[in-house]
Design a binder for this molecule. Structure first.
Ligand code: ATP
Ligand code: MG
Length: 648
C-alpha cells in the first residue's frame, strides 16, 4: 500500500452493554486501563491465579532475544493436569463434554470419565515407546477421542499436530513430513453430511510417502471395515483395553512445546505454528473467561468450530477444560439432517454461549430465517464470531435471529499465530458496533500504521500491528526460525505484523479489513474488499459477497463482485443495476463494482474462508491456481463459466 487505506464504510449503530449483564460480568469496567498500566503484572497475575503450577514461575517475560520471547520460563506445569486432575476432587461428576454424533447417537463425558480415558491412552502411547518431545499427528473428525488424544499427548509432553479431518491425503502427508511425526491417530471414517469421510484410507495413502511413521492408532467410529496393516496399525479399543486409568503427568517446563498447528492456507503454503505450555494456557484461560463470561457452575458452552483449527484447540479443548466448563461438541454438518440442526441442539442442551464463524452465519442467512426463527434459543446469553471480518448486516442478523436481541456479540479477531483472542469486545464492558472487533484485549497493545510504520491517526486505515509481546504468542514456525522472523517481524521493526489491514474510527475502535494482499487499488485509492462486500451484504437480497480487484486499463484495477443471494431471491440484470447503485449509495461511487456475477456459492478454504485469489484468477482469465485445498472445488468452474459469459 503506497498510501492510507480509504475509510468508506460508516457504521452508526452501537449497542451498549446491558446493565444487568454488566452487574454479573467477569470483566469489570477499568480492566483495560489496569492491564495497560503494567501489562507484565497483569499477565503474571493471570498466570499465578488461574494455573496450578508444579513450580510457580518467578520470571514473567524474557525479552533478551527478540522476537523469540519466552514467558514464565522458570515455571513448571502440566496442561492435562490443569484441564482434568485438579477438578476431580470437587467436580469429577461435572459434565466436560456433551457429545452429539451426526447420526443422532450421543455420549456424555464427565471430568472424571474424561480423565480416565486420557490416562489410559497416555499409558497406551507410552507402551508404544513414545517419549517427551516426540510428535504425534492426529487426523480425526469431531469425536470425543480427538480431545482425549490431544490431552494424552499433553500429559506426556508429546507434541501434537492436529490435521483437520477435511484435508486430503496429500495435505496430511506434507504435514506429517514437516513435523516429522512418529505416529498417527485417526479413525476408520468420520460422519459428514450423512456420508463417511474415509480417514483411514486417506491415512494409508498419505503413509506411502511418510517412512517415519511407526504406528497408526485407529478409532472405530463408523464400523465400515478398513484394511489394517499388521504390526503398524492398532485399534484404539485394543490399545486401551490393557491400560491402567492412572498415569502420572509429566512435569513440563512452561516453554516446552505443546503443539504444532498449520495455518489454514488462505494466503499460500501453510505454516507450522508452534505453541508452548505456560504462556499459551495463561492466554487461553484468561481470554476464555473474560470474553465469554464463563460461569463454570452454570454455563453450557458451545464453540461450533472444528478442533482441527486453532479455535478448537484454544476454545474447545484447553481454555474451556482448564476453566472447568461444560461444553457441547457436535460431530457433523450444520445442515444434517435438517437446516435447523444447530438450533435444535441449542434448545435440547440449553446452550448459554455460542461461538461460530461469519461464513456459517452467512450460510444461515442464505438458508432462510424460518429455520432459526422456529427455535426458542432463550438460554443463550453471549454469542461470538471468529475467522473473517463479519459484515455489519450479518452481525445484525445474528443479533436478531440467534441472540434474539438479548445477547452481547463478541466479534473476536485473532489467528493461529496469536494462540488466543487479541481484539474483542468484553461482554458487559464494551459497547459494540456491528462489524468492529472493537478494542485490544486487556494486556494486548495494538496499533494501525502506514507503510513507513507510523501510527495512522484515528479515522484512517493501514496495517494492523501488535506492539508488545503476549503470553500465547507463537514461538516460531516449526523448523524454520528464519521464515518466522521474515513473515511476522521484519515488516515493521520490533512489532508483530499479522498481515491484516485495519482502520480505526474516531472512538479508537478497530475495524479489521481482511488481508493486506486482498486490498484493491482503484483509481489511486486503496480500498478494502471487506467494505465493498459489506455494502453488498447490506442489500436485503444478498447473503454473501466476495469482491476482487481485476486489472483495468483505465482505473488500474476494477472491482469484480461475486454475489450469493438469500433464500429464494433470483439474480437478473435489474438486480445487478440495483446492487451497483446500492454500493455507490452506501459507500461512494468509487466502490461501485464494474461487474457482478451471481453464484450459488463462493470458493472457500476448508475452514470456510473466501478464497479471493481464485476469483481474481477467474476475473483476469488466468489459468486457475491450485484448487485442491478448497472445500467446494466444483463451484470454481461454474463461476468461471458465468464470468466469461458476461456476468455484468
Ligand atoms: P494462512 O495464514 O495460512 O493464509 P489463515 O490466516 O486463514 O491462513 P488462520 O490463522 O486460521 O489462518 O486465520 C487467521 C486470520 O483470519 C486473521 O489473520 C484474519 O485475517 C482472519 N480473522 C480471524 N478472525 C477475524 C475477525 N474477527 N475479524 C476479521 N478477520 C478475522
Ligand atoms: Mg494467516
Amino acid at each position: 500500500m503506497s498510501q492510507a487505506l480509504e475509510n468508506l464504510l460508516h457504521e452508526e449503530r452501537t449497542f451498549p452493554p446491558p446493565k444487568d449483564f454488566t452487574a454479573q460480568a467477569n470483566a469489570r469496567p477499568g480492566i483495560h486501563d489496569e492491564a495497560a498500566a503494567d501489562y507484565k503484572a497483569f499477565w503474571q497475575n493471570q498466570a499465578l491465579n488461574r494455573i496450578s503450577w508444579f513450580t510457580e514461575p518467578k520470571e514473567v517475560l524474557d525479552d533478551s532475544n527478540p522476537p523469540f520471547y519466552e514467558w514464565f520460563k522458570d515455571g513448571e506445569l502440566n496442561l492435562s493436569y490443569n484441564c482434568l486432575d485438579r477438578h476431580l476432587d470437587s467436580h469429577g461428576d461435572q459434565v466436560a463434554y456433551h457429545w452429539i454424533g451426526e447420526p443422532g447417537d450421543t455420549r456424555t463425558l464427565t471430568y472424571s470419565e474424561l480423565a480416565k480415558e486420557v490416562n489410559r491412552l497416555a499409558n497406551g502411547l507410552k507402551s508404544l515407546g513414545l517419549e517427551k518431545g516426540d510428535r504425534v499427528a492426529i487426523y480425526m473428525g469431531m469425536v470425543p477421542e480427538l480431545p482425549i488424544a490431544m490431552l494424552a499427548c499433553a500429559r506426556l509432553g508429546l507434541v501434537h499436530s492436529v490435521v483437520f479431518g477435511g484435508f486430503s491425503a496429500d495435505a496430511l502427508s506434507s504435514r506429517i513430513l514437516d513435523a516429522d511425526a512418529r505416529i498417527v491417530i485417526t479413525q476408520d471414517g468420520a460422519w459428514r453430511g450423512g456420508n463417511v469421510v474415509p480417514l483411514k484410507l486417506n491415512t494409508d495413502e498419505a503413509l506411502e510417502r511418510t517412512p517415519g511413521i511407526e504406528h497408526v492408532i485407529v478409532v472405530n467410529r463408523t464400523d465400515h471395515g478398513v484394511p489394517m496393516t499388521a504390526d503398524r496399525d492398532i485399534w484404539w479399543h485394543d490399545l486401551m483395553e490393557a491400560q491402567s486409568d492412572e498415569c502420572e503427568p509429566e512435569v513440563l517446563n512452561a516453554e516446552d512445546p505443546l503443539y504444532v498447528l498449520y495455518t489454514s492456507g488462505t494466503t499460500g503454503k501453510p505454516k507450522g505454528i508452534v505453541h508452548t505450555q505456560g504462556g499459551y494456557l495463561t492466554g487461553v484461560m484468561t481470554t476464555h473467561s473474560y470474553v465469554f463470561d464463563i460461569k463454570p457452575d452454570s454455563d453450557v458452552y458451545w464453540c461450533a468450530a472444528d478442533i482441527g483449527w486453532v479455535t478448537g484447540h484454544s476454545y474447545i479443548v484447553y481454555g474451556p477444560l482448564a476453566n472447568r466448563t461444560t461444553g457441547v461438541v457436535y460431530e457433523g454438518a450444520p445442515n444434517f439432517p435438517e437446516l435447523d440442526r444447530l438450533w435444535q441442539i441449542i434448545d435440547d442442551y440449553g446452550v448459554t454461549i455460542f461461538y461460530t464463524a461469519p461464513t456459517a452465519i452467512r450460510a444461515f442467512m442464505k438458508w432462510g430465517d424460518e429455520h432459526v426463527d422456529s427455535h426458542d434459543l432463550s438460554t443463550l446469553r453471549v454469542i461470538g464470531t471468529v475467522g473473517e471480518p463479519i459484515n455489519p448486516e450479518a452481525w445484525i442478523w445474528y443479533h436478531e435471529h440467534v441472540g434474539k436481541r438479548n445477547c452481547p456479540i463478541v466479534d473476536t479477531w485473532w489467528q493461529t499465530e496469536t494462540g488466543g483472542i487479541m481484539i474483542t469486545p468484553l461482554p458487559g464492558v464494551t459497547a459494540t458496533k456491528p462489524g468492529s472487533a472493537t478494542k485490544p484485549f486487556p494486556g494486548i497493545a495494538a496499533d494501525v500504521v502506514d507503510d513507513d510504520g507510523n501510527s495512522v491517526p484515528l479515522g484512517g486505515g493501514g496495517f494492523l500491528v501488535i506492539t508488545q509481546p503476549w503470553p500465547s504468542m507463537a514461538r516460531t514456525i516449526y523448523g524454520d526460525d528464519e521464515r518466522y522472523v521474515d513473515t511476522y517481524w521484519s515488516r515493521f521493526e520490533g512489532r508483530y505484523f499479522p498481515g491484516d489491514g485495519c482502520k480505526r474510527d474516531e472512538d479508537g475502535y478497530f475495524w479489521l479489513l481482511g488481508r493486506v494482499d486482498d486490498i484493491m487499488l482503484i483509481s489511486g485509492h486503496n480500498i478494502s474488499t471487506t467494505e465493498v462486500e459489506s455494502a453488498l451484504v447490506s442489500h436485503a437480497a444478498v447473503a454473501e459477497a466476495a469482491v476482487v480487484g481485476r486489472k483495468d486499463s483505465v482505473t488500474g484495477q476494477a472491482i469484480a463482485a461475486f454475489v450469493t443471494l438469500r433464500g429464494t431471491a433470483t439474480g437478473d440484470e435489474a438486480l445487478i443495476d440495483e446492487l451497483r447503485d446500492h454500493v455507490a449509495h452506501a459507500i461512494g461511487p468509487i466502490a461501485k463494482p464494474a461487474s457482478i456475477v451471481f453464484t450459488g456459492d463462493l470458493p472457500k478454504t476448508r475452514s470456510g474462508k473466501i478464497m479471493r485469489r481464485l476469483l481474481q484468477d477467474i476475473s483476469e482469465h488466468r489459468q486457475l491456481g491450485d484448487v485442491t485445498t478448497l472445500a467446494n472445488a466444483d463451484i470454481v468452474a461454474e463461476i468461471a463459466e458465468k464470468a466469461s459469459a458476461g456476468g455484468s
